[in-house]
Design a protein around this ligand. Sequence first.
Ligand code: 5RP
Length: 234
Amino acid sequence: LNPKQDWIEEAKKKAALRAVEHVKDKFIIGLGSGSTAAYAIEELGRKIKRDQLHILAVPTSYQAFMLAIKNGIPITTLDENPVLDLAIDGADQIDKELNLIKGMGGALAREKIVASASKKFIIIADETKKVKVLGEKHHPVPLEVIPFASKSVMLKIEGIGGTPTLREGTGKVGPIITDNGNVIIDAEFGSIQEPAKLEDRLDSIPGVVETGLFIEMADIVYLGARSTVKKCEK
Ligand code: 5RP
């Protein structure tokens, strides 16, 4: 790690620790995906052991599932527990209204389902994820799309002024396939002035399963900085 990455990893860990402080005995918890959420899963495993908690967790991805098992966190499903007490997840961009872009890990559909099933949704990130306007710095909005519809969805994205790219895998040739058997299209729109409107338009395209725009979903954001963690609330 170079020194820059070093402080970012520490900031992510500190934010994760703050989120896990919200966990109480008998909670049903949604486990997010990505490198920051992974720190929260590890801390949750330690907390369960230390405080002898009875917790059940719904993972949002195969990654979160494997990490939960590795860290001794008992798993449940949304079928058994359709209402969660708390979900903790990372994000790729966060604006001042706490709207988010998520999905660079390709887990956005399950992440959104779990967040919407949860009474409280806490986001953890390092402060480099904070932006003035979602979509700035050419950041795309990831969309989970049914493979059958990928070309027609891409055309429709172009029709509303976006630039779509089918996400390719690393360690595998061809497109990445999500945990739900779908593809990811990264759609770039530049700075997004009205994210709620864009979310509605994208959601109405047949074949789009979910979008990475999370509008008015986060209750609390913990932003890790070099020496502190900033708490932002709705
Ligand atoms: C995965 C996500 C992740 O939470 C997001 O990409 C942030 O990941 P990281 O904490 O590794 O930066 O939305 O679909």
